[in-house]
Design a protein around this ligand. Structure first.
Ligand SMILES: [Zn+2]
Ligand SMILES: [Zn+2]
Length: 313
């Protein structure tokens, strides 16, 4: 183990093949859903591909201008800055798993609860269908700038060995994409795995705009963080998922999906009458307003509960 470095870590070398395999599966899934089921939202697939291409172009530009910038490089940098080092011992692996999962939960929770970060994360939630290409559909701001800090630098600063971060990154990319298997192809729940792993059924709930399902199931590998933080929500048989976000969005439009939330935030910031409203719009949850009826997920859930129970209990 002591000769193992990030350069010799086999997972780093085989990851591109796994990503290509997932992409190939995505194309096969698209073919099946389009020709057999005749209900693929082709505009959304095109939008996702544009998003992926744009991320690639920005990634190359960043590398050209400022040099290599990735989760693993930031993990190495973080490890050189911190006195903490849990090492590659069994305890170090257990600690690394715990820290990676909790870091993932926190960064994803923040992405839903801080409006500026929601602008970065909402492209992933905009599609109104579920398929493997949704897994690839992230804002370049999120994958290139946000996640390397929250899932590379932060765990390393907390003493997780960069090799452990690399291993969980590998699992995260492969398993996290599998969570987006089309519900037109994979309909069953995954038996015993549903007790401790995130599965497509949990992640479909995460992508729902149903008030009952909003802001739940933040982890991408296991259920640990959601279980500890009280955000775990299994799919309920009586309530099918409605995918997407609550604003009107043209899900075929790369510009609307990737920059629509920024446009709305900008217009709210311009209308803010004071600093409280300005920073409230910027940093409070999506749907927050300085005055009037709140439209945050928490407010919507509370109103739905009052409607159900007829009281503020
Ligand atoms: Zn999310
Ligand atoms: Zn997702």
């Amino acid at each position: 183990m002591d000769t193992l470095t990030l350069e010799t870590l086999p997972l780093v070398k085989i990851l591109p093949f796994f990503i290509l395999a997932l992409f190939a599966y995505g194309l096969a899934e698209l073919t099946f859903v389009h020709f057999r089921q005749r209900n693929a939202k082709l505009g959304e697939y095109g939008m996702s591909l544009k998003g992926l291409g744009f991320t690639g172009i920005v990634g190359v530009l960043v590398e050209f201008v400022v040099g290599p910038f990735s989760k693993l490089l930031l993990a190495l940098w973080g490890a050189s800055l911190t006195p903490l080092d849990a090492g590659l011992t069994p305890v170090g692996w257990f600690y690394g798993f715990f820290i990676y999962e909790m870091s993932y939960w926190v960064q994803h929770w923040l992405a839903h609860k801080v409006r500026l970060l929601w602008c970065l994360h909402s492209p992933h939630h905009a599609p109104q269908s579920m398929n493997m290409f949704v897994g690839f559909n992230h804002s370049f701001l999120e994958t290139i700038f946000y996640m390397p800090i929250t899932l590379g630098l932060v765990p390393a600063l907390l003493g997780v060995d960069p090799i452990i971060i690399a291993v969980f990154t590998f699992v995260d990319i492969v398993w996290g994409n599998l969570l987006h298997l089309s519900d037109k192809v994979v309909t069953r729940r995954w038996g015993l795995l549903e007790r401790f792993m995130q599965t497509p059924s949990y992640h479909r709930v995460h992508h729902a705009q149903n008030v009952n399902y909003m802001d739940t199931n933040y982890n991408s590998i296991t259920l640990l963080g959601d279980w500890l933080m009280g955000t775990l929500k299994p799919l309920e048989d009586h309530e099918p998922v409605t995918y997407g976000i609550t604003r009107e969005v043209n899900t075929s439009s790369f510009l609307d999906v990737h920059f629509g939330e920024f446009t709305l935030l900008w217009s709210d910031l311009r209308s803010a009458g004071d600093l409280r409203a300005f920073f409230g719009y910027l940093l409070r949850p999506p749907g927050w307003k300085p005055v009037g009826e709140q439209q945050t997920a928490a407010a919507l859930k509370q109103r739905a509960m009052i409607m159900r129970t007829g009281s503020r209990a």
